[in-house]
Design a protein around this ligand. Structure first.
Ligand SMILES: Nc1ncnc2c1ncn2[C@@H]1O[C@H](COP(=O)(O)OP(=O)(O)O)[C@@H](O)[C@H]1O
Ligand SMILES: [Mg+2]
Length: 619
């Protein structure tokens, strides 16, 4: 039986099939058009949408424009000015390169493009795309240098697609999200977004680091600004900059997560995994971290031609990217002396009553923490530089310079490198005075009064010690009386072979027994009571999926955390002054000591001013 005669698809149908992948909704059109405008070097982009973008999307830019004679080509499939050879594809520097967005969009809408490459506005041309064969008609039209794309009646000729569109409000929200992301990545470009004739967002272009911070605050909100730390690290040809939310600023949704690779918004599982791992022991289970991060690397170290929407990338060396992101964020979070003013999330959790809330604070202790010897250059981190930008807009200078110096200069109360008040040798967390109700340590430092949750603090210190001990010595393993055989899938077996070395480092001794079976001979002592088979499977699953697994060490950390919790000072046991002081000194040199193992704060600072305010003492 034959399926019928084979026919060549007509041009429009071929484009409509391609559009299925790229053009899902108005927001995807906006994304493609914004990318084109940016690739054209635009510094000013206006986006007008009507009825959530379904009725009309119009985007105007002041980029280089398109020559009149090129206009029909711009609308043809597989036509691009951005790459010419396979070598170009290996190192794409522009956001676009597939040459199919305009053709796809044109096939499912009524499209017109007006453009001008000259400074004489009367030399513009307009191209309209119509008809089954998508013939393009070009005629003169006034336009300043740059390009305007107008898309009307999206999906008017593909009712099936149209049915999947949601309400005007939802479609608009997605368009806004696309504009936000793009704007975050390009602070030097101004964006104006209007809906049904009303301006919704006006983001002016900036040139300084402070402008970038203003844009981040405008898009991500002031609370993110207050409760985040700066990340800025360059090593191994990779650069990671941006902001990560403090663990206490976690969210119930993964809705404040922006990761850019070479200026491109990317959702990548290697990256997501690395970030999650970095937050692993400072975040409540089920909570999501917030971040805005920019990763830069050589264009030829990342393949952007993975999917038509270009949301995915493939790193040529994904393991080093994973390691770099994980270690940079891990270090940034560990270094946090949970800083800063008005730390509402912290305070809600310590149960401070409402009116006092904003008066408590944790200030930067500016301690020199001994560095791990991971052989990596140290990231520069400053607590809440964004917050400073919020309060002192004019005084912010370029970031990436000496951040410790910068934050110290802006925030004289929290001096760097442990130097407190000259002549007075008070440690950052001060000296203990009393143990309140067997729970809180009251201490006095140069800034005023410090309150510490003794159990939470001790738990973190014990945990960090146990982890360090585990990291420094090889992990003790114990042989199983009878080796345990496990049958693996081909994929799992492949992962086992590729990463077999890793297992021994973790105290697991696993041998291949046949093509599809391995034998577990030894397991780490600390994991003795765990179900080693399931764990091994999970680990192999991770390895096959993302080329990396932290399950084993995560499981060990969990066990260490439980041990730390049981081994730590219980509430209601009275501590002596000497014991309390010893605990304060330990906190000062322990990583992550600002939060307990569950992400709750361990201490708050109540400054002189705050104390005075409590008693209405004017100064
Ligand atoms: N806003 C614009 N300004 C200048 N040129 C544009 C603009 N939009 C599209 N073009 C031109 O049209 C071509 C096709 O665009 P598109 O279909 O999005 O493919 P791609 O961006 O992958 O090249 C681009 O390569 C570019 O030369
Ligand atoms: Mg494009």
């Amino acid at each position: 039986m034959s399926l019928g005669k084979i026919k060549q698809l007509d041009n429009r149908l071929a484009n409509q099939i391609a559009a299925g992948e790229v053009v899902e909704r108005p927001a995807s059109v906006v994304k493609e058009l914004l990318e084109n405008a940016l690739d054209a070097g635009a510094t000013m982009i206006t986006i007008d949408v009507d009825e959530g973008g379904v009725k009309r999307i119009r985007i105007t830019d002041n980029g280089v424009g398109i020559d009149g004679e090129d206009l029909p080509l711009a609308l043809a499939r597989h036509a691009t000015s951005k790459i010419a050879s396979i070598d170009d594809l290996e190192a794409v520097a522009t956001l676009g390169f597939r040459g199919e967005a305009l053709a796809s969009i044109a096939s499912v809408s009524k499209l017109s493009v007006t453009s001008n490459t000259s400074d004489n506005p009367s030399q513009g041309q307009v191209a309209r795309c119509e008809g089954r064969e998508m013939e393009v008609t070009v005629s003169p039209a006034a336009h300043p240098i740059g390009t305007t794309l107008e898309i009307r009646d999206l999906f008017y000729n593909t009712p099936a697609r149209r049915k999947f569109l949601r309400t005007e409000r939802t479609e608009l929200a997605r368009v806004e999200e696309v504009v936000k992301r793009t704007a975050l990545a390009r602070p030097h470009v101004s964006f104006v977004l209007s809906h049904n004739g009303k301006v919704l967002h006006r983001l002016t272009a900036g040139t300084t680091e402070h402008d970038l911070q203003r844009r981040v605050i405008g898009i991500c909100g002031e609370s993110f600004a207050r409760e985040s730390v700066v990340v800025d690290r360059v090593a191994h040809g990779l650069s990671l900059r941006g902001w990560v939310g403090l663990p206490t600023f976690s969210r119930s949704q993964a809705d404040l997560q922006y990761f850019f690779v070479n200026g491109r918004v990317v959702k990548d599982k290697i990256i997501t995994h690395a970030v999650r791992q970095a937050y692993r022991d400072v975040l409540y289970g089920g909570r999501h971290p917030a971040y805005v991060l920019f990763l830069e690397l050589d264009a030829n170290r990342v393949d952007v031609n993975v999917h038509p929407t270009k949301h995915e990338v493939r790193f040529r060396d994904s393991r080093s990217v994973h390691g770099f992101v994980f270690s940079t964020l891990g270090r940034a979070l560990a270094d946090v002396r949970p800083a800063d003013m008005d730390n509402r999330a912290n305070l809600d959790q310590v149960g401070v009553s409402q009116p006092l809330e904003s008066q408590f604070q944790q200030v930067s202790m500016g301690l020199e923490i001994p560095r791990g010897t991971d052989g990596l250059s140290e990231p520069t981190v400053s607590a809440n530089a964004l917050n400073e930008a919020l309060r002192q807009p004019s005084s912010f200078t370029a970031a990436g310079s000496d951040r410790r110096g910068l934050s110290a200069g802006l925030n004289p109360g929290s001096s760097a490198s442990g130097a407190m008040v000259p002549g007075v040798d008070v440690p950052p967390l001060g000296f203990a005075i009393a143990h309140l109700h067997g729970t809180y340590i009251v201490a006095q430092n140069a800034e005023g009064m410090v309150l510490v949750d003794a159990h939470a603090a001790h738990e973190r210190i014990t945990y960090e010690r146990l982890k360090a001990a585990r990291a420094n010595s090889s992990i003790a393993s114990q042989p199983l009386l009878v080796p345990m055989p496990i049958t693996l899938t081909t994929l799992e077996m492949g992962a086992y072979e590729e990463f077999s070395e890793l297992f021994s480092q973790l105290g697991l001794v696993v041998d291949a027994a046949s093509d599809d079976t391995v034998l577990i001979r030894e397991i780490p002592v600390i994991l003795a009571r765990d179900n080693a088979v399931n764990l091994l499977r999970d680990v192999l699953g991770d390895l096959a999926e993302v080329g990396h697994s932290d399950r084993l060490s995560a499981r060990m950390d969990e066990i260490l955390a439980t041990m730390a919790c049981h081994g730590s000072v219980r509430a209601n046991r009275a501590l002596s002054i000497a014991e309390m002081n010893a605990l304060l000194r330990d906190m000062e040199v322990t990583e992550n000591s600002g939060q307990c193992n569950h992400g709750r704060p361990t201490w708050v600072q109540l400054g002189h001013d705050e104390l005075d305010k409590l008693f209405l003492r004017g100064r």
